[in-house]
Design a protein around this ligand. Structure first.
Ligand code: FES
Ligand code: FES
Length: 154
């Protein structure tokens, strides 16, 4: 069985080890190290990527689930909204240790693509990624800033 999918627009095909979690594939086979391993059991969100535009935890998705799907990782962020999120993250100076932030940015950009102007409550509900450094207040602030940058200016 051949599984075909894209990662950041590039075509990938796999024929074996189909039980492998996508996170392992990204880091060890596609050499995309921006997606982080945290818990490995779908709890922390460090491994968040986009699957057909939605935030998913790549440690909990296996290759056999990916046929025909489009995956985007932190390395593939490129559109106006995604750049606005990155700019806002820098402007607000969100990261502390930084380990969770790839996943946070992926979750935030997926949220904003589905809800251009989320309330604090909607952010809290959507952003379930864990940050052991406790940057949640700055993450919320950066999401509002990114919404302004992406949708209200220019
Ligand atoms: S490493 Fe995937 S959710 Fe924690
Ligand atoms: S910035 Fe350190 S875990 Fe989030």
């Amino acid at each position: 069985m051949t599984i075909s999918f894209t990662v950041n627009g590039d075509a990938h095909q796999v024929i074996d080890q189909l039980e492998m979690p996508l996170l392992w594939y990204l880091r060890d086979h596609a050499d995309l190290k921006g997606t982080k391993f945290g818990c490995g059991i779908g709890q922390c969100g460090a491994c968040t990527v986009h699957l057909d535009g939605y935030a998913v935890r790549s440690c909990s998705i296996t290759l056999q689930m990916l046929d025909g799907k489009d995956i985007k990782t932190i390395e593939g962020l490129s559109n106006k909204l995604e750049k606005a999120v990155q700019t806002a993250w820098k402007k607000v100076d969100v990261p502390q240790c930084g380990y969770c932030q790839s996943g946070q940015i992926m979750a935030a950009s997926a949220l904003l693509s589905q809800n251009p102007n989320p309330s604090d409550e909607e952010i809290n509900k959507a952003m379930t990624n864990i940050c052991r450094c406790g940057t949640y207040v700055r993450i919320r602030k950066a999401i509002h800033e990114a919404a302004d940058l992406a949708y209200e200016v220019g």
